[in-house]
Design a protein around this ligand. Sequence first.
Ligand code: PAF
Length: 280
Amino acid sequence: MRPVIVRTVAELRAMVRGWKAEGAAVGVVPTMGALHDGHLSLVRAAQRDCKRVIVTIFVNPKQFNSADDLAKYPRTEAADAALLAPLGVDAIFAPMPDEVYPEGFATNVSVGGISTRLEGLHRPGHFDGVATVVTKLFGMTLADRAYFGEKDWQQLQVVRRLVADLNLPVEIVGCPTIREPDNLARSSRNVRLSPEARTIASALPREMAKAAGAMRAGGPVHPTLDAAKAALLAAGFDEVEYIDLCDAETLLWIDELDGPGRLLAAAWVGGVRLIDNIAV
Ligand code: PAF
């Protein structure tokens, strides 16, 4: 059965209050739609932990830095609802933009430090948009737990910092990245890759795994990162915005490994921006 689609906060709150009165734990999977296996794995994780699960679908204008990227973002609500139907989620919350940002909306949630590095450097304001909408979605859904993919590792750490700093009563659960058979991370942007760009794209997880292996084995950080960047460009990537080794939690850049590190990268191929990350 297709899940019920809720458009307003008032309807959603009434539904959730009913569930909570029955003692049900409520999980939320925040998404921008264009659902794929990665999102479905988050839904399944939420269903393992929570009696009731809401999937939110909202293409958040505040987290896009370019009007073109926002316009091109796939909007596939009917297909998303069909994909969720066999999983039996309890509700899809798919509000219109003015339900989320009504006339006069004036608040910005900004997580300092961690939001300014990596993605933050290349997409100024992006994480303010994410932090603002995620704070609102937590307040709107009243969820006990929220599920985020490790694919957006920096986003996950930003959300964890936000929830800790503001004492928000929601538990953040990170879930592993779902990958294609050639290890390319599943992403809503992959559908925009031409067949040629799709072939080139597989170099990203491959070169990252090679670099991570070299650094784990004690190889020098900066020469290894430079070699990975050169290999990506040689494989056909048009631009490598960054390929950096960072502390896994703070995302501060590190020059040598002495704790849990994370290798994170963003690169362009055929007009599509891909990001990925792996533990080091
Ligand atoms: O990861 C996403 O799809 C978005 O950044 C999120 C968390 C749904 C906020 O709009």
